[in-house]
Design a protein. Structure first.
Length: 435
């Protein structure tokens, strides 16, 4: 691999900023493009103003910039067939293109909760008891809810921009919500609804890179914080911070994850003739000492990527190339022994209504921390403005969760924008487990 590789990374959030930061460090990298990117990704490569789901525009960029590797940051283009569409266009042009990300068949693990549950059942992968309901069998859904104890979990089958999961304490409210979801509360995404038994435990995220042949590498595990309020209260968000590694993902637990979940998942994909090349995100819950799958995602998590990438000491680009080529051999990861903690600063009002366009002031290059932009853009005068609900993440290393978190909070103390909010308890629950 002595040739420089031109790379296109698709996406615009904090996850893509962390991936861009990591990829940009590779001596193998030639020209690097991020589409559409944000104000922060511009320091790692060249932002291109195009949508990842506009496949004609993506392929035009591939040709214009002689892109050899495309890395899909988020799930939408994958579910819609990014791999197949780009590959078909490249084949017609007699052009070689490598893609990190599954085809639409593999992306159904995230694109359809029903597909994922049937897959887990078929290959004996531990998950919660569940039932898929449509308008035709809603009475079965009501009866299944009656067999469960509160709280009740309702999940829209399809992608719903992170809003399609309801956790409800009252049985009557759960039945009413089931009807509303099937009636189109989340559009076509909730034409099917998966009812799940609620599992009690501590959640964590495990990330796997696989090459379609059953070979794989496990990335450092992480734990994210989804609720807007401290103490895990309030509305669900896209994620308010993350810790890598969480102490619950100890060696014994990870051995169980490997034997009971990762290997059966990869074996199942091969048995289904799904050529899966890319990231698999295992959303897990530890119940007692055992792992259960809450959900699959077909890309890295956000904000977990912001704490996972800094702990990868190896060059990531050659690993991504081997994944895309279906030839992940003799690859291993060197992992930084320190803990990384990411804290997300969000717009006032998020996850409900908020105003964009607030000027971000202060020090966006704090010493000893990394700022990963998420919802930001550059104004015509060069100033950086908020452009989303989750604006930026401060990430720091430490010999402990406390030390890393303290550095991230110190970094956020140097940044300011109108309405800026962040949780001040990221990692505190894990610290108490260590005592």
């Amino acid at each position: 691999m002595n040739k420089h590789i031109n790379v296109l990374l698709l996406g615009s959030g904090g996850r893509e900023a962390a991936l861009a930061w990591k990829i940009s460090q590779s001596p193998l990298l030639g020209n690097f493009f991020i589409a559409p990117g944000n104000a922060g990704t511009a320091q790692y490569g060249t932002n291109l103003p195009l949508k990842p789901t506009e496949f004609d525009a993506v392929y035009t960029a591939v040709k214009e910039h002689d892109i050899e590797l495309v890395v899909a940051g988020n799930e939408d283009p994958l579910v819609l067939g990014l791999r197949e569409k780009l590959q078909a266009k490249a084949d017609a042009d007699n052009r070689k293109i490598l893609i990190v990300g599954p085809g639409a068949d593999g992306a159904a693990l995230e694109g359809s909760k029903d597909f994922a549950k049937r897959f887990m059942g078929k290959y004996n992968i531990p998950t919660a008891r569940h039932l898929t309901v449509t308008a035709d069998n809603i009475s079965e859904g009501y009866a299944f809810l009656d067999t469960l104890s509160a709280p009740y979990v309702l999940k829209a089958d399809g992608l719903a921009a992170g809003k399609g999961v309801l956790i409800i304490d009252d049985i009557c409210e759960a039945k009413k919500s089931l009807q509303q979801m099937l009636d189109g509360q989340f559009g076509a995404a909730s034409a099917k609804v998966v009812i799940e038994e609620f599992l009690s435990g501590i959640e964590c995220s495990v990330f796997v890179l696989t090459d379609g042949s059953g070979r794989y590498i496990v990335l450092p595990p992480a734990k994210d914080y989804k609720r807007i309020g401290e103490g895990d209260t309030g509305l669900n968000t896209g994620g308010m911070g993350s810790v890598c590694p969480p102490p619950i993902a100890d060696e014994e637990f990870m051995k169980k994850v490997d034997s009971r979940i990762i290997r059966p998942t990869l074996d199942g994909l091969q048995k289904e003739n799904i050529d899966y090349r890319g990231f698999i995100f295992l959303g897990l819950i530890r119940c007692g000492d055992n792992p259960f799958v809450i959900e699959y995602n077909v890309r890295m998590g956000d904000p977990e990527t912001e704490s996972v990438m800094p702990r990868i000491a190896s060059d990531l680009l050659p690993i991504l190339l081997e994944v895309a080529e279906g030839n992940l051999t003799n690859m291993s990861l060197d992992i930084d022994s320190r803990t990384a903690v990411a804290v997300m600063a969000v717009s006032g009002g998020y996850p409900e209504a908020y105003v964009k366009g607030k000027k971000i002031g202060g020090n966006l290059l704090p010493e000893g921390s990394i700022i990963f932009h998420a919802g930001t853009r550059v104004d015509s005068d060069g100033s950086v403005l908020t452009d989303g609900g989750r604006v930026l993440a401060a990430v720091s290393y430490g010999e402990s969760i406390e030390e890393a978190a303290a550095k991230s909070y110190s970094a956020l103390g140097e940044i300011d924008f109108d309405g800026m909010y962040f949780r001040r308890d990221i990692g505190k629950d894990l610290i108490s487990l260590l005592k």
